[in-house]
Design a protein around this ligand. Structure first.
Ligand code: HEM
Length: 206
């Protein structure tokens, strides 16, 4: 790996956590307000919409779109280079996690194109307000619902397993013992956030 590749790879890794991962967490928490009912969700969305338009666009572009595009596009390049076949030979959990990190990257990429394309560009972009009624109508199609449920779990796994590999990439978790502890914490976070996300989805159609 050349010097440039090293730094670009580090940037890719960092952006996956800050700001993309932080945004994913914020987004899951905002959506989970639906557990308090339709009004609670609409209030949470209205709060975000109350941010002055120019500032909101600036934040969306600088802290979400550009980092996500960079992470997604460079990530696709990394995933195309990766040798996933080691999985057949060894079958260790970590090999599976490596393979799933790539698989969830591809699913998340396709899911985000559909999700952002529909709600942010097609709907909000043409002046339709995002609210409970709109999301509820969208998710009441069982195929869309299942694609969303898989999308939430895929993005969450990719992020939480990514937090684990991040601590290795950056030399934070060095020995096998600490790595095993971090891995277990990442799995626990994966389960908690997946349940939070999928249960939130069910509230839109309950
Ligand atoms: C919700 C959106 C996403 C989040 C929160 C996210 C987060 C992360 C994190 C935290 C890592 C770990 C970095 C490390 O090991 O140091 C990672 C790795 C990775 N991401 Fe993403 N990611 C997202 C979307 C995507 C997309 C759309 C792609 C491309 C199709 C992608 C491709 C990858 C790849 C290939 C890796 C492994 C890199 C490596 O092994 O060095 N990610 N991601």
């Amino acid at each position: 790996m050349g010097n440039n590749d090293f730094y670009v790879r580090r940037l890719h890794s960092l952006l996956g956590v800050v700001p993309v991962g932080v945004f994913l967490l914020e987004h899951l928490i905002t959506v989970s307000t639906v557990m308090g009912g339709a009004k609670s969700f609409d209030d949470a969305v209205a709060k975000l919409a109350a941010i002055p338009h120019e500032l909101l666009i600036f934040m969306e572009v600088c802290f979400i779109a550009i980092p996500l595009l960079f992470h997604g596009l460079y990530g696709a390049y990394i995933a195309l280079q990766a040798r996933n076949n080691a999985i057949g030979g060894y079958g260790y959990t970590r090999n599976w996690q490596f393979y799933l990190q790539r698989l969830t990257a591809w699913y998340t990429l396709l899911f985000l194109i559909g999700h952002v394309g529909y709600l942010r560009f097609a709907m909000k972009g043409s002046g339709v307000p995002i609210d409970f009624a709109l999301v509820s109508a969208h998710l009441s199609n069982p195929i869309i619902f299942v694609l969303y449920a898989i999308g939430v779990v895929a993005a969450v796994f990719h992020f939480t397993n990514g937090l684990f590999t991040f601590t290795i990439t950056w030399g934070i978790a060095k020995g096998p013992r600490i790595q095993s502890v971090v891995n277990k914490c990442a799995w626990a976070l994966c389960v908690i956030l997946s349940v939070l996300g999928v249960v939130s989805l069910t509230r839109f159609i309950a």
